[in-house]
Design a protein around this ligand. Structure first.
Ligand SMILES: [Zn+2]
Length: 114
């Protein structure tokens, strides 16, 4: 999968709500921390840094490792305590599992802006 300027050049494996609303409007970036599809732990400190700078970044929400943190809705807390990402459109979804490492945000930190 190719990326440029923080935006994907392919919509493979991108949840429709994420791609259609945020990336297409130029209101989101994907911070790659591994090759596409490769699971890593490298995004956790980045995701928490984004949370801690939510105001200055005009953050809407940040997603990492099957979890999501919303500015204005969630209190500042460690990533391990964030809510699971939505996956209600996926059959038998448990704990935000959308089915692969990219959709589950294990290879990139997704950041949406207000
Ligand atoms: Zn994204």
């Amino acid at each position: 999968m190719l990326y440029a300027s923080g935006q994907r050049l392919s919509n493979t494996n991108i949840p429709q709500h994420e791609f259609g609303i945020d990336h297409c409007r130029g209101m989101a970036t994907d911070m790659m921390v591994a090759d596409g599809g490769v699971k890593t732990t490298a995004g956790e400190p980045i995701a928490e840094w984004v949370m801690n700078h939510a105001s200055s970044l005009s953050l809407e929400y940040v997603m990492w490792g099957q979890r999501i943190w919303h500015h204005g809705q969630d209190s500042v807390k460690p990533w391990s305590q964030w809510r699971y990402q939505s996956c209600t459109v996926i059959p038998n979804c448990v704990n935000g599992d959308r089915g692969d490492n990219t959709a589950n945000h294990w290879d990139h930190v997704h950041v949406s802006y207000r």
